[in-house]
Design a protein around this ligand. Structure first.
Ligand SMILES: Cc1cc2nc3c(=O)[nH]c(=O)nc-3n(C[C@H](O)[C@H](O)[C@H](O)COP(=O)(O)OP(=O)(O)OC[C@H]3O[C@@H](n4cnc5c(N)ncnc54)[C@H](O)[C@@H]3O)c2cc1C
Length: 635
């Protein structure tokens, strides 16, 4: 499949049909740039603050997160400067701010914020959290659109949480940050059309137990226009333009589950055995299907929570989170989700650390709805300061790590390099930058980090004025096997967003996740090629590709891209997912697993966190790794 930047051929008429020239995204884009620049948009002049990078970053929506959709152009540029060491000659000239902290945390995602919360709870002291984005949260952030005057919200990355076990570890941490309920209330159905069951998260489509789900087959299957098969699994794929052999294989994928015993605890014999094989081999064995079926139809789904296809992942990936948290989740209440995904937890953590960072009381409703008071985040008298748009370039002990009195940390902000000192540092930014910036990392840790692979992901949020076209087809979720993306799901939102009811004529956001699996290539190369593609494609090229995809699938069913698409936000994550290869979890040939080197051996005054250390991208692991990293500091 060609990447959008390779297959661009725009014609004026086609672009017009797709809605590329509609004022709505352009007008919203200008509004966002106006907010970003704080300037005036007069007579076609570019507002102050709008840059060439806007062609890449694109429209960011409205509200607290309007300038922070995924890795924006400035964030991406600064990160590349770390990789390419272009700051090296300027480090010596960094301005000393004179600040000394008891704890400095690199990374203001859920892990970094949790580290600050644990530190303040267990010991207390002056703490600084540095993050390179314009708002905290890391992959747990929000997109907000105004569609015909109505606010519509979606997640940028981290999405759902299972109901925590009553009285368990996760429940106690949630309570500590002000999460006062195990589950949320969701929108009621808005008539008069008959109610269609809707999910609470974007992932139910993949389970597809429901009947209101469809598969689309287009030109790749010789279908022009494409054909829809609604409720495919209950109908044994009747009507799908597939060979009988492929249909039989896919039905086995749905119905046969024969992988042998499941692991019971992390590290037991079964989990160690699974970690010696690829997830692809395991999926083939479990469902009695061929490698071709996995690669042709299932790659992004079977490896979905890990970014790449199962050909390069450890089979233990299939069980990592559920083995670690066996008692979590509730079948009756279902998986849970704030309207903006786990951004809800990041906001609660910031409110816990800096009470006036978000107006109002520390209730779930107030913290979710009220705006962030950015000026409060980094005030001199805060016990915890949160400094944004600050890219950490260098972390180094002042002397020999075992005896150094403090750690020097240099970061870039606003084009200037600054230096602060800290008695302890938690590295919560992730393997992909930590390995570059901790300059005195010992060979054992360097070698461990060299075994971490991370792959990119594009989360595209497409706001539509209504989803009646889907409802009239009898579906709320779907999958496809060509073009851009693979699936989406209309979901009812938690009522925190304000609208208590929801129906086919309500505006909504279709979240389309794009992964860059290249089955058959080595693991590192898959990630690198995906990043190159993500990097080389402009906002406009992606916009055209998404509009075309939706037009191809739904134009024959009452959908008009020009009329119905109200806005598009791209969230590019260059290093979205950790990709654990066989041996990642429990080590090879008796050698320790790379994650355990980093977890068990603090480096002088520096400890390591971030969800990637667990090998499973999950906000609970972000928290757990932060907890351990802080314990190693405070004892
Ligand atoms: C598309 C997607 C969907 C997901 N869905 C779910 C889900 O449904 N449920 C779930 O629990 N988890 C999900 N996750 C996993 C998600 O990674 C975690 O839930 C969690 O948000 C990770 O938090 P973290 O703090 O560990 O890492 P991050 O969120 O990556 O935070 C690290 C922060 O540090 C910053 N940073 C890195 N280097 C530097 C530097 N040198 N200087 C300054 N700042 C730096 C990063 O830019 C980032 O802001 C999903 C992830 C993705 C990508």
């Amino acid at each position: 499949m060609d990447a959008p930047h390779e297959r661009e051929s725009s014609s004026g008429a086609r672009d017009d049909r797709l809605g590329m020239n509609e004022p709505i995204t352009r007008r919203d884009f200008v509004n966002a740039a106006l907010v970003a620049g704080g300037g005036l948009w007069l007579h076609g002049r570019l507002p102050a603050g709008a840059t060439a990078g806007d062609d890449w970053t694109g429209y960011g929506g409205v509200g607290d997160y309007a300038r922070s959709n995924g890795n924006t152009f400035p964030v991406m540029n600064a990160a590349h400067a770390i990789r390419d060491r272009t700051f090296e000659s300027k480090l010596a000239g960094a301005i000393d701010t004179g600040e000394v902290y008891d704890l400095l945390v690199v990374g203001g995602g859920i892990s970094g914020l949790a580290a600050a919360v644990f530190f303040q709870k267990r010991k207390g002291g002056r703490c600084l959290v540095l993050d390179n984005h314009p708002i905290f949260g890391g992959e747990a952030k929000r997109n907000e659109f105004l569609v015909d005057g109505q606010s519509v919200v979606a997640h940028q990355g981290s999405a759902m949480f299972p109901v925590p076990k009553k009285g368990g570890y996760v429940a106690s941490v949630y309570e500590m940050i002000g999460m006062d309920r195990p589950a949320l209330e969701y929108q009621r159905w808005r008539g008069p059309s008959a109610e269609m069951p809707l999910s609470q998260t974007p992932y139910d489509t993949l389970g597809a137990r429901r009947t209101n789900f469809g598969l689309w087959f287009g030109p790749r299957f010789g279908q022009r226009p494409g054909v829809w098969v609604v409720d495919p699994w209950h109908r044994n794929l009747e009507g799908a333009p597939l060979s009988d052999a492929d249909k039989a294989e896919l039905m086995r994928w749905r119905t046969v589950h024969d992988g042998g015993p499941r692991p019971k605890t992390e590290g037991d014999e079964i989990s160690r055995h699974l970690d010696t094989m690829t997830l692809e081999d395991y999926v083939m064995q479990q469902h009695h299907i061929s490698r071709d079926t996995v690669r042709n139809y299932l790659s992004p789904v079977e490896g979905g929570g890990y970014g790449l296809g199962p050909d390069v992942l450890s089979a233990y990936c299939a069980y990592a989170p559920e083995t670690e948290y066996p008692d979590e989740g509730d079948d009756a209440l279902g998986d849970q989700m704030f309207p903006d995904g786990n951004a809800g937890f990041a906001r609660l953590m910031v409110k816990t650390l800096i009470p006036d960072a978000i107006a109002g009381p520390r209730t779930v409703e107030a913290v979710w709805r009220n705006r962030v008071h950015f000026a409060a985040l980094d005030r001199r008298d805060n016990t915890t300061r949160l400094r944004l748009e600050a890219t950490v370039l260098r972390v180094e002990h002042a002397g020999e790590p075992a005896r150094a009195p403090y750690v020097n940390v240099i970061y870039a902000k606003g084009g200037t390099l600054h230096r602060v000192r800290a008695r302890n540092v938690v590295m919560a930014g992730g393997s992909w930058t930590t390995k570059h910036i901790v300059s005195d990392l010992p060979p054992s840790h360097r070698d461990a980090y060299a075994q971490f692979y991370r792959s990119p992901c594009l989360m595209a949020n497409v706001a539509v004025r209504n989803w009646r076209f889907l409802y009239d087809m009898g579906i709320s979720g779907c999958r496809w096997f060509e073009g851009i993306g693979n699936y989406f799901e209309v979901r009812k939102l938690a009522t925190l967003a304000g609208n208590d009811s929801f129906g086919p004529d309500s505006p909504t956001v279709l979240t389309i996740k794009v992964l860059f699996a290249k089955p058959g290539l080595p693991i590192g190369e898959q990630g690198a090629r995906g990043r190159a593609e993500l990097f080389a494609t402009s906002f406009k090229q992606y916009e055209r590709a998404f509009r075309q995809q939706l037009a191809d699938m739904f134009s024959g069913h009452g959908f008009h891209p020009r009329r119905d698409i109200a806005g598009l936000i791209l969230n590019r994550w260059g290093h979205a997912y950790v990709n654990p290869q066989p041996g990642f979890f429990f080590g090879v040939d008796g050698r320790p697993a790379p994650r355990d080197v980093l977890r068990h051996q603090p480096h002088g005054r520096i400890t390591f966190a971030n969800t990637d250390l667990s090998g499973a991208m999950d906000h609970r692991n972000s928290i757990l790794e932060a907890d351990r990293a802080v314990q190693q500091i405070v004892g």
